[in-house]
Design a protein around this ligand. Structure first.
Ligand code: GAL
Length: 667
């Protein structure tokens, strides 16, 4: 079933309005609504006093219209009566200061009293709605995250370390605490990496980030356990924050859930950008699909201008539909717009819903209502259809956390590095998966491991197996530098990957801001468009079995290898020793796809995003024109235009600005 719907806050509006809302939702083709994820003070107005009657009435109205319900557990936003009585539940920031009441997500995930309150409200809700015919599932909390540095977390961290290392001798040795005389003789001496402590031991800091992530995962599990037991028929999910969120190991958070849900806001007031980069949304969507290696839901899809204090550039006509279809093109089986009607009060007064403050169904509503009619026709064909990718990019949260401790170069940014590489493949219309470092890789022909900083023996073996069997692996700088304790390896870089890559890093140059070095390609198949340059970081390479693919063109290492490739087993290990610019990755992407024998979904202009999903043997081709101009796409076969039901033209197809097509191949 394809879910199409909206996030709704009936508690913000007079009850007389609810029937009208339900009517307009049904007319828009909505079949699902998310409710109640911030309604704790309405559901439990005073401790132990529950009121579900209002929510029952709202659900009944939706149910009458055939609309299903996903309920949010309301724990992201505890009520004042709870927090006022237990001020030590408030999270402590990295600066050592406790947050105060006024926002949301302000609790410590390890607090036993908060766990108790959580158990009560979640159990009550689960018991009340387990058999409700309209309720299909649960969203746990809302956008879990943030690290807590409170004294309780300090003790929990010490226990976590005790379980991880077993003895202080092992911990001291792994972290290298002889440095600056940090040898611990009691677990209770181990501090949190507070900002007041200055630059922490990298081993301690990485472990604390892992511990924080585990704490949130465990807090989620507390709720998962209650819901699984009480509501065995319901789907359990959580709304993730895409690729950009970096405080939780999202692979871990996704594991106990049935489906990953994602909040997709292409244009917000924080960036205040006029345009959007489609490859950013695409990477976020592919990451969400990658967390469980299966299709995902969009729990919050942008419905209007974002805005708290500032109002973002509003979505232009066609953009809401385009962005929603883009998520579908990458594997979404549900789209819910955030939010139904723009709030008249509260911090998010200017975060625009499908309806404006006055409840009038205007341009944005009409656009999505039009999409609703399309989804009624095609939703069932799309739901469950899978994305098949031959190329994967490895996302390592350990490495991401390690770079949060030590960026290595002020201009090095791990997520941006991934994004740059992703963009070069994405604009060539090649489907990509985002995978964890220990994922099975045998389905891929090309795997990129950007800045895989932390490499364990098991990860190195995983990569070797892949190349041995014929895969093409790409490794980029600062890979293989650290072991799992964030200690620098005791061998030539790239450490455990050196033999696989047939190369050694003789030395490296960390470039000053803005500096770059020319690069010259040394293999005939690699032709540059523009002049690729090395930036940020230059590994000066000494091949040990590898062949040189590119050399530096200036500085004392002019003529030295910058990029190499090495035959290993039946495959290739390519080492790219620098953080390049767009022309470098564009050239490399073309060459690597050739080396791995991967072809794009379709040849098309860059402005048109092309993806495919497979319903069994049936190929669904998505064409999305992200530009302001009409674009022409040459089709490669016979297709049905699924939205119109008509046969697509053979040959060229014209796509209006911001328009999309969903085509189904005719065998
Ligand atoms: C999301 C969040 C929503 C709402 C929205 C707009 O990140 O889950 O509750 O706050 O942003 O700010």
């Amino acid at each position: 079933m394809f879910y199409f719907g909206v996030d709704y806050y009936p508690e913000h509006w007079p009850e007389e309005r609810w029937p009208e809302d339900a009517r307009l939702m049904a007319e828009a083709g909505f079949n699902v609504v998310r409710l109640a994820e911030f309604a704790w003070s309405k559901l439990e107005p005073r401790q132990g006093e529950y009121d579900f009657a209002w929510l029952d009435r709202a659900i009944a109205l939706l149910h009458e219209r055939g609309i299903r319900v996903i309920l949010g557990t309301p724990t992201a936003s505890p009520p004042p009566w709870l927090m006022a009585g237990h001020p030590d539940i408030f999270r402590v920031g990295e600066d050592g200061r406790r947050v105060t009441f006024g926002n949301r997500r302000e609790y410590c995930p390890n607090h036993p009293v908060y766990h108790e309150y959580t158990r009560h409200i979640v159990t009550r809700m689960a018991a009340h709605y387990a058999d409700h015919p309209a309720v299909i599932g649960w969203q746990i909390d809302n956008e879990l995250g943030d690290r807590c540095y409170c004294p309780l977390c300090a003790r929990a961290f010490q226990d976590w370390l005790r379980r991880r290392y077993g003895s202080l001798d092992v911990l001291n040795q792994r972290w290298g605490t002889t440095f600056w005389s940090h040898v611990y003789t009691d677990w209770e001496q181990i501090p949190l990496p507070l900002a007041t402590g200055g630059s922490p031991n990298p081993g301690l800091a990485l472990d604390f980030f892992r511990f924080s992530s585990d704490s949130t995962v465990a807090y989620q599990q507390l709720q998962v356990d209650i819901l699984r037991q009480r509501c065995p028929r319901h789907v359990i999910t959580h709304n993730f924050m895409g690729f950009r969120y970096d405080r939780i190991n999202y692979f871990d958070l996704a594991r106990p859930l049935d489906v990953v849900a994602w909040d997709n806001y292409p244009r917000t007031q924080w960036a205040m950008q006029a345009g959007v980069d489609p490859s950013q949304m695409a990477l976020a969507a592919d990451t969400m699909r990658g967390l469980k290696g299966r299709n995902f839901w969009v729990m919050e899809q942008q419905a209007g201008s974002g805005g708290w204090e500032i109002v973002s550039v509003p979505p232009r006509p066609g953009e809401l539909r385009l962005w929603a279809y883009q998520a579908i093109a990458h594997g979404a089986d549900a789209i819910l717009f955030f939010r139904w009607r723009t709030a008249r009060w509260g911090t998010e007064q200017y975060w625009h819903g499908l309806l404006d403050h006055d409840g009038h169904p205007g341009r944005r509503y009409q656009e999505i209502k039009g999409m609703g009619a399309e989804i009624r026709r095609v939703g069932e064909h799309i739901a469950g259809a899978v994305v098949k990718a031959a190329v994967a990019i490895i996302l390592s949260y350990d490495s991401r956390f390690a770079f949060q401790v030590q960026a290595n170069n002020p201009e090095f940014n791990y997520p941006e590095h991934l994004q740059q590489i992703y963009r070069a493949f994405h604009c060539r219309h090649v489907p990509l998966d985002i995978v964890a470092p220990d994922a099975g890789l045998s389905n891929y022909r090309l795997v990129v491991a950007p800045a895989l900083h932390i490499v364990s023996e098991a990860i190195a073996e995983n990569l070797k197996r892949f190349v041995q069997a014929g895969g093409v692996l790409v490794v980029t700088p600062r890979s293989g530098v650290k072991d799992e304790s964030n200690t620098v390896v005791n061998e030539r870089l790239p450490g455990l990957l050196a033999r696989l890559c047939g190369v050694q890093v003789e030395e490296y140059d960390s470039l000053p801001p803005g500096a770059s070095r020319p690069l010259a390609f040394a293999v005939p198949e690699l032709t540059a468009v523009g002049s690729p340059r090395a930036r940020v970081w230059c590994d000066i390479l000494s091949p040990a079995g590898a062949e040189v693919v590119a050399r530096y063109g200036s500085d004392y290492y002019a003529g030295k290898a910058a990029i190499t490739r090495h035959r290993f087993g039946k495959g290739w290990a390519v080492y790219v020793g620098t953080v390049g610019d767009a022309p470098l990755y564009e050239a490399l992407a073309g060459w690597l796809l050739g080396l791995a024998g991967v072809s794009p979904c379709l040849g098309a202009p860059r402005e048109v995003e092309v993806t495919e999903r497979w319903q069994g043997q049936q190929r669904l081709l998505f064409l999305l024109n992200h530009s302001e101009q009409e674009q022409t796409v040459a089709l490669d076969g016979h297709y049905t235009d699924m939205l119109s039901g008509a046969r697509a033209p053979t040959g060229s197809l014209a796509l209006a600005p911001r328009d999309i097509r969903v085509l189904m191949s005719i065998p």
